[in-house]
Design a protein around this ligand. Sequence first.
Ligand code: B3K
Ligand code: ZN
Length: 881
Amino acid sequence: MRTDTPQTIYRKDYTPPAYLVDTVELGFDLDPETTIVASRLTMRRNPDSTEAGIELYGQNLKLVALRMNGATLREGDYRISSNVLRISKAPDQVTLEIETLTSPAQNTTLNGLYVSNGNFFTQCEAEGFRCITYFPDRPDVMAKYTVMLRADKQKYPVLLSNGNLVEAGDLPDGRHYAKWEDPFKKPSYLFALVAARLVCQEETFKLMDGRDALLQVWVEDGNLDKTDYAMQSLKNSIRWDEERFGLELDLDRFMIVAVSDFNMGAMENKGLNIFNTKFVLANSRVATDVDYAGIEAVVGHEYFHNWTGNRVTCRDWFQLSLKEGLTVFRDQEFSADMIGTDSGRAVTRIEQVRTLRQAQFPEDAGPMAHPVRPDSFVEINNFYTVTVYEKGAEVVRMYQTLLGRDGFRKGMDLYFKRHDEQAVECDDFRAAMADANGRDLAQFERWYSQAGTPVLTASGKYDARWLTFELTLSQSCPATPGQPDKLPFHIPVAVGLLGADGKDLPLTVGGKQHGGTAVLELTEASQVFRFTGVKEEPTPSILRDFSAPVVLNYPYTDDELLHLFSHDSDPVNRWEAGQRLAMERLLKLTAASAHGSKQELDDTFIEAMRKILVDESLDAAFRENALLLPSETMVAEQMEVVDPQAIHRARQFMRRVIGERLRADLHAQYDANLTPGDYSPDAISAGKRGLKNIALAYLSAAPDEHSDALARRQFDEAGNMTDRVAALVSLIHSESAGAALALEKFYDEFDNEALVIDKWFAMQAAAPGTDVAMVRSLMRHPAFTLKNPNRARSLLFNFANGNPAQFHAPDGSGYAYWAEQVMALDKLNPQVAARLARSMDRWRRYSPALQAQMKTALQKVAGAPKLSNDVTEVITKALSN
Ligand code: B3K
Ligand code: ZN
């Protein structure tokens, strides 16, 4: 929460801490109203610092006592201002004893120590530890922790913290205690405690070196039937990190705890990962294939942080991508390896590309654009972004593309050898990659320092006499806030050349032979690459496997795209060709719709879609992805002036025509991809369900009595949540007469399953027929609350981000609603409010009439009293950039 005028923090101002902390002893007397926190820190002057005094951070705390080397300090010995406690005169060796009070039950921010459903949890990243006690709460201060928890035994039978349990027992007055010791030094943001009434699934697991580790998944009573997949994913993660990176679990015990009130997905606290229930709880009755995949990815992600983030951590928060980009890359590789097949890998890659285009490219082009390693921030929590995470992962992936898998592994090995138990910078990671491989990666640094999505423009020239193909690659990068000019990036561009038969031609470039794909390295603003011995005029397949996070412009003809869509050996570019064909048409249809002229879709496109749909040599999951049209948001990003309603009409038209024209084949594929028998979330089965359900969606986009009956039957008979939800969405989107009843039935059946009720809100929020008035009435539903982030996201975020035609209603009612909700949420939970605030990022791209209304809404929020730093930063940037 804001205390003074928001201050901007700059990366260039970094200075080392004046004091280092060796040990931390914490004592908690847990009580929802007033928790007493006692801490004892042993500190010593940092030889690398020139600053004199001790600086501790603290927020919303009541200081009860402060002692230095046994002597009580009085005001004057120390000063507190702007959440900083300064002791200006201190000896070189210091033991500080601090006693503070905090009120977890009053803490609706879900940052620091808070209560959820009667249980205690903590969230300390990025700066939540300072809401628990005064501390040099910065990631470059790493210390060893011992934690004593005391609480009522009846209400809080389970007491957990980081590391190993060393002692436990009873206390007078019905209380009990548990003492935990973490053998590894860690920054304060990785501290965690849980005091709760919970149950667990547990197992011992043999590690690579023969040690046994105790694995536990803790949930509320009644949810033990939903922990198997999280446990399995944890075991798979541990094994994968051993095999792929030689990294072993360093603790004897590893715990995952699920909590229903949580600001994000999960948190990698050392040995005690705390998770949003959404990424733990699953069985076929309540969770979809997407939920299962999410659990695998997030369990993996948090586990992988144990090395990339915890053992080697960040020097300061500007280096966040050092751990996040790298760990996202690792979880992506883990998920791909779990599928195991090349085509399965490609599907995961396609999904990553879609996320980048849906969310990261718009961020890079908007008012909050920032480099992967930002130079400044007001509120660090606003920088847990798709740029830091997903673009950061792309940057890490490019090392692997440039150095090869083995080279990348060598770089990782050197990184750990050099930096284990240190707090380091993105540059240290780059240096390890360069040094381990004897490569100069100096220019590669620009991926960390320059914001914006580079644009790669390509053109090709075939010379039949000399059998050469010249590929000219040029790059540029649009200006972003504070960065008007950019220097060329070091871009790996994976290229293949297709012959007329659709096969890859052998490649020789710069005298060097490659297989079917060559990784070209573009380092200048413009370069020509000459392929020799090219026996026929090729169709170039550029940026295979999406080898860099850039926008590619190449003047493809429809015929070339159709050729690639039918034959490219690189599945990602094969999919990409289909997306380009669809995007061109969506843009034309949008223009036609805006001008009220006739909408038409050509046979060529429909036939190309049919060919993919019925090609049973292709994985079902790939076909599903190839049939999925670019989203309305992606179309909007391609337009000078966004017309949300015209985009929506165009996309709906296209879906309807595909549904009508491919009706028989869609029915056939529906039948061919049923998954009878017990539910399994494996990729093959999930792929079949995906294809079957997109067939259903197209059929419902062109509704007739058969499609309606099909959706109703699927809804009634489905043996799993994936099929249940798909059927319900089809009924809602086609405005079927059965939709209302199905929604009611769904609600009644799952009213005890919070995560399913979230889906119930989310489906309605994103339905084309849901307007602002309906969202307002859904907010009055007894199951709705703004206090629970999952619930708030399910309705508010899905409406603002997932229902653009309604959110951008011409009368501005969506914006007025947005402003109200941002302000209401900000009073409870600034982090979540700031996320919702981001929904207006792209406001300058709409028509003047819409812009004016959006500006009014933004200004309304900007003028609200006592706005948090979080929301202030987002709104100020939106209004000024
Ligand atoms: N590191 C946490 C995110 C913390 C967000 C703080 N606002 C989860 C993760 O990336 O694994
Ligand atoms: Zn992470």
